[in-house]
Design a protein around this ligand. Structure first.
Ligand code: 6R9
Length: 647
């Protein structure tokens, strides 16, 4: 874990918001006096009724409480829009870059405000009320931001479902959220390919789970053909034209929900992570400013899809709360060719590029020349999130994309944490490729062993957070018990992240990856249980076990062991069918990379699948399988090794 190289604080960051001394002092204050620290910094956003209480939290699982700024009231859309109108109404809030390189749109704060108000009124007209869940299944376009902010304006809870999820996955999320409203477009476009969003919604609504839906608002975007259901479907553009251009914002309590977002866990169906308004706005705003050393006038580009938390916090809410110009890119970094990313940076003079390691590795595979013809000299800062970055990809990002001019902030956080938790402040910390370095203000990481002992000094262990921070999730929608069980029951009195980490002699953290049954495929979280339950729903599959294995570009690949029903033949055609089956049930992000036939699975005598062994076989680490003595039938392992050749 010792760093091969250490990058000193860059000269370009000498005047950063936070230098090393400031970090140390502010960090200490944030831990010793959280009420004082957050009481002061909470004022960075606009409150309708100021809070008098700051932190009211307890991680005692029998008495769990996570409340921040609890008597304050505010509206998130006002913080992202109205408060900027006087000073920067004509400044570009969103730069939209279309899938095709000749398409760009610039939307000012004033325009975004008006569109948001109109759509908020339209939603009200359809009967959407404060506290209602509204599902968005949308491309990466301006109207998606408008729809999210419009929900926030009237106090509806948006639930964005990534447009790469299948109709079935969409239906399950709609059903879980009891969402009576869906917003979608006729089609999305990515990398030159059309995605049939409306038709996916139509299919989803045939599932019993989605029968709660009353209205589907459909944006005519590409003009592609679609079916129309008069009693249910409503035209987005028509609504916008008719709606009034001013909408009074709903006064929300700090602890009223702002949005929910589904993410995968180690067991069961995806969980609806619920975020509330006050703490989330304060935290995304302050992290956006300090972690990315945001300066007025900077063009900020976070490449994450708004279907993920990174898109919520750092494409939308954080930058807009700070009055930034945020870039929304519809497509993929390699379309029409691999120079696209660099071309977008040049075209819009992007100052900060925040992306995922998987995308960097994909570009890196094309060689240094993929950036030829672009200068990228506008870049001041680079950032990564979503998965561990291997030092090789870090160095390439730094050298080739950043011209050795832009420091990299490797930021560790989760859907659950709302904002960046561990990551270097570029004016305060040396950088070590592969290390997320130090905690943000108010964040107290610690390493625990499996018995629940806190480990001191340079060591490795399970990563926990010892006290609450403002953007922490408040519950799993509709299942508070599961919330407590998932995050507060592994260890007493701390939040368990599900990640493993190491801490070096300098106190810097190195995240090593999930320690539970959650995969991280191209920066997307996926529960092994989700993929397994999709597989066993196929009538030829008796049993399935899914593990991750190292993958050069994706970080982790999906390795599937399948035991067929008696009498079924393991053919290549069936293998292909199972791959398609999983894609249909979950979505392309869950496409298995390897399917290995397994006559049996290694199990303990109590019937638990020993994934440790399956992981080793998948990773080709077969010399050292560890202790197999507790297996009910040790012979299974030899069989699997033989079958490995036939995967
Ligand atoms: C923001 C986001 C969360 C999981 C997390 C961890 C992994 C995120 C990372 C990282 C190493 C980083 N992760 N950032 N691992 N270094 N800088 O990605 O949220 O989709 O919920 O994923 O991603 O394993 O637990 P989410």
């Amino acid at each position: 874990m010792a760093a091969d190289s250490v990058y000193p604080i860059s000269d370009s960051m000498k005047d950063a918001h936070i230098n090393r001394e400031q970090y140390e002092a502010m960090y200490r204050e944030s831990i010793e006096d959280p009420d004082g620290f957050w009481g002061r910094h909470g004022k960075r956003i606009d409150w309708m009724r100021p809070y008098t209480k700051v932190k009211n939290t307890s991680f005692d699982r029998n008495n769990l409480s996570i409340r921040w700024f609890e008597d304050g009231t505010l509206n998130a859309s006002v913080n992202c829009l109205d408060r900027h109108l006087a000073d920067r109404g004509d400044q570009t809030a969103i730069i939209f870059e279309g899938d095709e390189p000749d398409v760009s749109r610039y939307v000012s704060y004033r325009e975004l405000h008006e569109k948001t108000c109109r759509f908020a009124n339209a939603l009200k007209g359809l009967g959407v009320k404060k506290g209602d869940v509204v599902t968005l299944y949308m491309p990466m376009i301006v109207e998606t931001a408008v729809a999210m902010l419009a929900c926030a304006r009237i106090g509806a809870i948006h639930s964005v479902v990534f447009a790469g999820f299948s109709p079935e996955a969409l239906a399950a999320r709609i059903g879980n959220g009891g969402s009576r409203f869906v917003i979608t477009a006729d089609e999305g476009v990515r990398g030159g390919r059309r995605i049939p969003l409306k038709s996916n919604v139509d299919q989803a609504l045939e599932e019993p789970a989605a029968s709660v839906v009353e209205r589907v608002v459909v944006l005519g975007y590409t003009g592609g053909a679609m079916q129309w259901h008069d009693s249910r479907d409503v035209d987005f553009n028509g609504l916008m034209e008719e709606a009034e251009p001013w909408c009074e914002p709903e006064e929300m309590n700090a602890e009223d929900p702002l949005f929910m977002l589904y993410t995968s866990g180690s067991t069961g169906a995806p969980k609806g992570v619920l975020h509330t308004t006050g703490g989330y706005m304060v935290y995304t705003s302050i992290t956006h400013e300090y972690v990315f050393d945001y300066r007025p006038g900077d063009v900020f580009w976070c490449t994450a899809d708004v279907g993920w938390i990174t898109g919520h916090s750092y494409t939308l809410y954080g930058p807009l709360a700070n009055g930034a110009t945020t870039l929304l890119y519809e497509g993929i970094p390699t379309y029409p060719d691999e120079s696209r990313l660099g071309r977008i940076v040049d075209k819009h003079q992007v100052a900060t590029l925040y992306t995922a390691p998987t995308g960097i590795r994909a570009l890196m595979a094309g060689g240094d020349h993929v950036m030829d013809g672009t200068s990228r000299t506008s870049l001041r800062l680079l950032g990564t999130a979503g998965e561990p970055i291997n030092p090789q990809a870090w160095e390439w990002f730094y050298r080739v994309i950043g011209n050795e001019q832009a420091p990299i902030v490797d930021t560790w956080w989760q859907t659950e944490t709302g904002g960046v938790m561990i990551g270097p402040l570029p004016g305060a910390m040396e950088l070590k490729p592969g290390s997320a370095t130090r905690p943000f203000f108010g964040v107290q990481p610690a390493l625990f062993d499996s018995e629940g002992n806190e480990l001191e000094g340079a060591t490795g262990g399970n990563l926990v957070i010892k006290d609450s921070w403002p953007a922490q999730m408040r519950t799993i929608f509709g299942d508070h018990e599961r919330f407590i069980k998932t995050y507060f029951s592994t260890y007493d009195g701390v939040y368990f992240t599900g990640d493993g980490a190491k801490r070096d002699e300098d106190g810097d953290y190195w995240i090593t990856g999930r320690v539970d049954d959650v995969l991280n495929v191209s920066g997307h979280r996926l529960g092994t249980a989700e993929v397994e339950s999709a597989l066993v729903a196929h009538d030829k599959v008796a049993e399935a076990a899914v593990v991750g294995y190292p993958h050069d570009v994706k970080g982790e690949g999906i390795y599937v062991y399948v035991t067929l029903m008696k009498g079924e033949e393991p053919t290549d055609a069936l293998r292909d069918e199972l791959v398609q089956w999983v894609r249909q049930r979950i979505g392309p992000i869950a496409t298995p990379d390897v399917i290995q036939w397994a006559p049996g699975l290694p199990k303990t005598r109590s019937g638990k699948i020993m994934r440790r062994i399956l992981r080793k076989i998948a990773s080709n680490e077969t010399d050292n399988l560890g202790d197999t003595s507790t297996l009910a039938d040790p012979g299974v392992v030899d069989e699997l090794m033989e079958y490995r050749a036939f995967r």
